[in-house]
Structure formats: C-alpha cells, structure tokens
Ligand binder design. Structure first.
Ligand SMILES: N[C@@H](CCC(=O)N[C@@H](CS)C(=O)NCC(=O)O)C(=O)O
Length: 255
C-alpha cells in the first residue's frame, strides 16, 4: 500500500468555472478541505458513474431527490482501507473513523444527532431547492449529459423542467418554500442564544458543512446575482451570507 496515495473524490463535472456543483459532493469536498486531507478529484460524466462505481466496488445509494436506488456521487476511494465508499453520510463517518488525526467534524457524542439533522433538515432543504433550480441545473451540465439528466428528472417530476418553477406564481412559491425551510433552521439555531456562524460555535461541524453545501449548490447554479440568491442572502439577518462567506476558506478543488 502506498502511504502517500491520495484519497480520490469522484465528482460530476459541469460548465461552471470550477466544475463542481452537486450539493452532495460539496459536502465531502468541504469536509476534506476542512480536515486538510490531501485528495484528488476524478470527474465522471453521468453515463460514466455506474460503470466506474461497479469497477471500484462502490455500493449504490438512495438518490437524494427521487429516493430511487442508484449509483450516485460523491464516492471516494480510500487509500488507507483500499476500499470504495459511497453515500455522503457513509463517507463522512468513514473519513472520521479512518483519519482520526485530522480535525473532527463531530464533537463527542454528536454523531447520531448530526446524522439525524443532515438526513432530515438538510435533505428537506435540498428537496425544496431542487424545483427552483432544476432547469438551470440541466443547462450547466456538460452537453452530452443534458438530455438524459433532463429526461430522468422530467419523469420523476411528471412535467417539463420549464414548467416546474417558471417566472411568476410558481417560482415565487418555490422560493418561498426555500425561505420557509431556512427560517425553520434559523429558528433552531436561535436557541443557541449567542449569534454564532456555526451551529456549535467557532468551528464548523458536519451539520454546517451540509448546510453550506446545499446553499453552495443554489448559488453556483443560479448565480450570485440572481434574485433568488439575493433573497437567501438577505434572509434571517444575514445568517446564510455569513455561513457561505466562512466556507470560502474551504472551497478549493483539490487539496
Ligand atoms: N444518498 C446519496 C445521494 C447522492 C446523490 O443523489 N447524488 C447525485 C448528485 S447530487 C447523483 O450522483 N446523481 C447521479 C445521477 O443522477 O445519475 C448521498 O448522500 O451521497
């Protein structure tokens, strides 16, 4: 085993300047960057995901929106255990367990609670962001991935992507759902009484990573100057702006 081998992070490319856009792969990218764990990105176009995951022995997971069993990213190949690991939560616990010398995202006793928060609160946030950005998301993918990606989402949603949240009442309602969801998370965070950027104070925990990743997806896909992103930035006394600003330290692509 090569002790200097890097973790490989599998991610989905796009036409965005830094390519990375997926909320789930951002969870792992942010986590690896915070932990200062060296890694290298392997970009897989949609049709390459399943064959490569089978080749390295990664398990299928539950797709975050459709709930169907699929080969999804993120996945990593871990040089320490010589294993492929898929599913963002499984990967997070894997790197916590196998790289104990790195900065932990799980203060003692918080694993179960954080897992519950991410799989409920953050996954529901992703699910309300999805309709708002799905059309634009299809457009930022590489040309060869767009039609299959679109067809699958249209079959899950039962309509053309153009009809999911077109400008007007439907788009306003989709944005209102995102803001309501964020308001619910803000309400929980206000129980901390002191105003902190992160859930438990001065350093990010996994819940912060997952929240930042979901919001990063929205701003990367819709763009910093979009009215929807402007609404999020202005919501909840600037809490989300402060979070995203803080995560700018950890947005590098390969460490
Ligand atoms: N439960 C998985 C869900 C990951 C997921 O749904 N990933 C999407 C990208 S955000 C994916 O790989 N999609 C592949 C496809 O649609 O073919 C996790 O938490 O990692």
């Amino acid at each position: 085993m090569d002790p200097n081998a890097l973790i490989i992070l599998y991610d989905i490319p796009s036409t965005l300047p830094n390519q990375s856009w997926s909320p789930n792969t951002w969870k792992i990218r942010y986590a690896l960057n915070i932990k200062r764990l060296p890694y290298k990105t392997c970009w897989l176009r949609h049709h390459e995901i399943e064959p490569e995951m089978r080749r390295i022995g990664a398990q299928p997971t539950t797709h975050f929106f459709s709930g169907t069993k699929r080969y999804t990213l993120p996945a990593i190949f871990c040089p320490r255990t010589q294993t492929a690991v898929s599913d963002s939560s499984t990967i997070i616990f894997h790197i916590e367990n196998h790289y104990p010398e790195t900065r932990s995202l799980f203060p003692l006793g918080t694993r179960a609670l954080q897992h519950a928060f991410v799989e409920t609160r953050v996954v529901s946030l992703e699910r309300v962001i999805f309709p708002l950005i799905v059309l634009r998301n299809s457009e930022i993918l590489l040309a060869e991935s767009q039609s299959e990606w679109r067809a699958r989402r249209e079959s899950w949603l039962g309509k053309r992507l153009e009809d999911v949240a077109p400008p007007g009442a439907k788009r306003d309602a989709a944005l209102a759902a995102v803001l309501k969801n964020l308001e619910g998370i803000d309400e929980c965070m206000r129980e901390n009484r002191e105003t902190t950027i992160f859930l438990t104070g001065g350093t990010p925990i996994y819940c912060d990573v997952a929240l930042a990743a979901a919001l990063t997806w929205m701003w990367l896909v819709l763009g910093e100057d979009s009215p929807e992103w402007g609404a999020v930035m202005g919501a909840n006394k600037g809490r989300w702006r402060a979070l995203i600003d803080a995560f700018k330290h950890w947005e590098n692509l390969d460490y």
